[in-house]
Design a protein around this ligand. Structure first.
Ligand SMILES: [Zn+2]
Length: 391
């Protein structure tokens, strides 16, 4: 077993990364290590496992055995506690230049365990322009033992000056069978559930894992996919929009509440909050109120991002529903239905509408996604979409 075993259907990337890890080992041993590079860009469609691949590579660099998968070093990387691995994701909708500069400073330190200092930059495409410029400078002149691992959907998402300094690792969408196999063998999911989850997630591994293991996620999917049949009138459209937006809000709240509380209490401790006193800022030493305000702003921005991502995921689920309808309307042979468990609904809609109507509906959903990305009020954008989906 090695740390690369979990990268489903990515044989080509694994070959490149294993060779590079071996070269990195030579460098640590005092050799030349031809083939090792200081900046890497992991690209691939959502769910192809960009971060998983980058993390596995980090383990291969930090493990004395090139990523054995069972030593302390590997384990620490995989659970995110290795002292020589800095893993960052944008706190809000984007990386600020401040967040990036702090990271660059930490990246410059020497490795504590004598091997490498690895910086894993998730969603690097979300760096603001000034943050990207700061990043570029860091990549241009890397300290000898620092390795940058950037993740982005496509090479074009990064500015060309950064892209041209990185070695590219492109990941592909794994097939249903490969994903189901991982769920069944590594997570002990029953085969039937594994196949259902892999199909419904359409090659998105994280999503497949969540669908297979989390009942709440399955219930939310069912709620989203029951929308098309519920849109019988204008009132139903408005209330379906309300439900969808509210679900996204609840999901964001569930993901952030506990985290927010522990961050806040930690900060208050840091600024020496007294155990007595009622007012919010009572007993905080100088600077505490400002820091608390800054933390609250960051938390708000993070909640906005999670809410937007969750709404977008629901919209993509609806797209997959109508894409299935279209496949049935064209009686496309050999096309696997993502939502095979809803065959009855799909069939009814396929028979009662034309392919043109289905295409128009898919367009309406895509337009809604664009409008949400452009900061249109979610309720308004989703409502307009629901009305366009109505039979
Ligand atoms: Zn190891």
């Amino acid at each position: 077993m090695t740390v690369f075993d979990d990268l489903v259907g990515q044989d080509q990337a694994i070959a490149v990364l294993s060779r590079a890890a071996a070269a990195a080992g030579e460098v640590v041993a005092g050799g030349r290590g031809a083939g090792m590079t200081h900046a890497w860009l992991f690209t691939g469609p959502p769910g192809s496992g960009r971060e998983d691949a980058a993390r596995a590579f980090a383990a291969a660099l930090l493990c004395p055995d090139g990523g054995c998968g069972h030593c302390d070093q590997c384990h620490q990387v995989l659970i995110g506690s290795h002292p020589d691995l800095e893993s960052v994701r944008p706190e809000g909708l984007s990386y600020s230049v401040k967040q990036t500069r702090e990271l660059i400073l930490r990246a410059a330190g020497a490795p504590t365990q004598g091997r490498w200092r690895v910086i894993l930059f998730e969603d690097a495409d979300r760096a603001t322009e000034s943050a990207a410029n700061a990043l570029l400078k860091a990549i241009e002149e890397p300290p000898p033992r620092t390795v940058w691992l950037l993740c982005a959907p496509a090479p074009d998402d990064m500015m060309i000056t950064i892209r041209s300094r990185c070695r590219l690792v492109n990941l592909t969408t794994p097939g249903t069978e490969a994903v189901a196999h991982v769920l069944a063998t590594r997570h002990s999911v029953p085969w039937e559930t594994a196949r259902f989850a892999a199909r419904a997630a359409q090659g998105h591994i994280g999503r497949a894992r969540a669908l297979a293991l989390d009942e709440g996620v399955r219930a939310r999917r069912e709620a989203v996919l029951s929308i098309p049949r519920s849109l019988t009138g204008v009132g139903e459209c408005v209330s379906a929009a309300e439900r969808l937006v509210k679900t996204a809000e609840e999901e964001a709240a569930a993901a952030t509440t506990a985290l927010n509380e522990s961050e806040t209490s930690e900060l208050r401790k840091l600024y020496g909050e007294g155990s007595t006193g009622k007012g919010l800022n009572r007993g905080l030493v100088r600077g505490g109120a400002g820091a608390l305000k800054e933390l609250e702003d960051r938390q708000k921005s993070r909640a906005t991002r999670i809410k937007r991502d969750s709404l977008d995921a629901a919209l993509l689920e609806l797209v997959s529903f109508y894409r299935d309808v279209l496949a049935m309307q064209f009686a496309a042979a050999g096309v696997e239905l993502a939502n095979d468990d809803l065959r009855f609904d799909l069939d009814q809609l396929a028979k009662s509408s034309t392919p043109e109507e289905t295409l128009r509906r898919i367009d309406a959903i895509m337009q809604c996604r664009e409008r949400l990305a452009a900061n249109v009020n979610p309720q308004m954008a989703v409502e307009a979409m629901m009305l366009a989906l109505r039979p």
